[in-house]
Design a protein around this ligand. Structure first.
Ligand code: AMP
Length: 174
């Protein structure tokens, strides 16, 4: 991916809390060509899997597009209380605050391979929660793809320490 995609990430200091440097992807989403390019790059990793999971909320934007591009089904990993029916939950700490994510239980056939997609990899807590949920839903978390990584927060090494076989890709390298 060329530099112009990275130029479309707006850096917002002290949002949503003092000390957090927020990576705002909305200018990138507004650029039809670059947005499509990013989704197509993420879709490269989709060849090896059966389903695409997106993490609410910004992960949905990319994961749903990648699911359509690659002809695979979409699995939502949602914030707590949003999914109806039987769910599996995982609570964890964020770079700012804490959160609980949920996935439907028993909806997808056992053993299907899943690509997990999110916009930003920061501390890795969200991605670890997603990996745990996919595994507890009797699916195989085989790959993770992010638009961006904040390397100084160590998310990738945290993920690999817990799950050495995971394929982790970042589309826009800084
Ligand atoms: P983490 O669990 O710390 O890896 O945080 C990743 C999740 O929080 C992703 O779903 C991101 O959307 C969001 N996030 C964390 N830090 C940032 C940041 N600095 N800028 C934008 N989004 C962030």
């Amino acid at each position: 991916m060329n530099k112009s995609a990275l130029d479309l990430i707006r850096i917002i200091p002290d949002f949503p809390k003092p000390g957090i440097t927020f990576k705002d992807i909305t200018p990138l989403l507004a650029d039809a060509e670059i947005f499509a390019k990013c989704c197509n790059e993420i879709a490269e990793a989709a060849k090896e899997v059966d389903y695409i999971a997106g993490i609410e909320a910004r992960g949905f934007i990319f994961a749903a597009a990648v699911a359509v591009i690659s002809g695979k089904g979409f699995i939502p990993i949602r914030k707590s209380g949003k999914l109806p029916g039987d769910v599996i939950s995982h609570s964890y700490d964020l770079e700012y605050g804490s959160a609980t994510l949920e996935i439907h239980a028993g909806l997808i056939p056992t053993g299907m391979r899943v690509l997990i997609v999110d916009d930003v990899l920061a501390t890795g807590g969200t991605a670890l929660a997603a990996v745990d949920l996919i595994a507890r839903a009797d699916l195989v978390p085989s790959a993770l793809t992010f638009l961006l990584e904040i390397p100084q927060l160590g998310g990738k090494s945290r993920l690999l320490k817990a799950h050495p076989a995971l394929q982790i890709r970042t589309i826009l390298a800084e």
